[in-house]
Design a protein around this ligand. Structure first.
Ligand code: SAM
Length: 279
């Protein structure tokens, strides 16, 4: 299965937690390259050792991307292949790597990105959110005022929104989300691919209480996903009809379908809305 390595920068995703998620191709590349540029060489050491990789490592973290890029370009121009890895998931996705890739491309060298583990796409695929589009935001600002401002700017977007969050900020972030967005569906994906993996979907307004109910729910690594704003086509009319139908005792699914057919509003958004109204 080995494709002959070329003198390129291989961007290699590594597992989020479950070592079985390293692809065969990633394994092959890490075993074959003479150099691995790693976000934290100590952190990645055990993985490389376990693979029996002989590569020498060089540090490539957020504080040295410029120098790391120069060293990598040197290796590539000397005809050597280099793999780029971060601590977990895909390099360059809320992780160092993008500047290195830019510098390598600017130097006229080749970049070969490998598909693989990424918390955002893993979480989204298990979320049950039905929005046609999504926006990956990554980490929100850590300061409350800036965070709320950032959320405000996203309020009208008819896309599912995907955020990364640290455990010590998850309560304040969810609280801010509820204040800014009002009624939406929130999906909390925690500890993906690990022992305490949880994917829980609930109305945004109920999320803070749910997290507070059990401190274990606030532990670990988080992806927070919000359903998108109802589309412009809705104009409030879809929701008005939806409420009338729900009040008549019609099921959530049927009410969303009928309200969409009657008003032309998006069925998926009405369905999410109906779920929120029902709870
Ligand atoms: N590059 C990584 C990727 O491709 O997903 C993301 C790295 S970023 C520094 C780390 C953040 O990703 C965590 O704070 C969390 O929000 C999310 N994350 C990483 N691993 C996760 C997991 N196993 N479960 C849930 N979220 C995770």
């Amino acid at each position: 299965m080995t494709n002959e390595l070329i003198a390129a920068l291989y961007v290699v995703p590594t597992p989020l937690g479950n070592l079985g998620d390293l692809t065969r191709r990633a394994e092959e590349v890490l075993r074959s390259v003479p150099w691995v540029a790693a976000e934290d060489t100590r952190h990645s050491g055990p993985l490389l050792k376990q693979l029996g990789a002989q590569a020498r490592t060089l540090p490539a973290h957020q504080h040295n991307e410029h120098e790391a890029a120069a060293r990598i370009v040197e290796k590539l121009q000397a005809g050597e292949a280099v793999a780029l890895i971060s601590d977990a998931g895909t390099p360059g996705i809320s992780d160092p790597g993008a500047r290195i890739v830019a510098a390598v491309r600017a130097a006229g060298c080749q970049v070969v990105p490998l598909p693989g583990a990424c918390a955002a796409t893993t979480a989204l695929s298990g979320s049950g959110l039905t929005d046609e589009h999504f926006l990956f935001y990554g980490f929100l600002p850590s300061k409350g005022g800036q965070r709320r401002q950032a959320l405000e700017a996203l309020r009208e977007l008819p896309y599912a929104l995907v955020f990364y969050e640290a455990p010590h900020r998850v309560l304040e972030t969810v609280d801010d989300m509820a204040k800014v967005f009002g009624e939406r569906t929130l999906v909390i994906a925690r500890e993906l691919t690990k022992l305490f993996e949880t994917v829980h979907s609930l109305p945004l307004a109920a999320a803070l209480d749910w997290l507070k109910e059990d401190s274990n729910r606030q532990r670990g690594e988080f992806v927070l996903m919000l359903s998108g704003a109802p589309s412009d086509a809705d104009d409030g009319e879809g929701e008005r009809v939806l409420k009338l139908l729900l009040d008549e005792g019609i099921s959530v699914k049927q009410a969303a379908k009928l309200a969409a057919a009657i008003t032309g509003a998006a069925k998926n958004a009405l369905y999410e809305r109906a779920l929120a109204l029902k709870s």
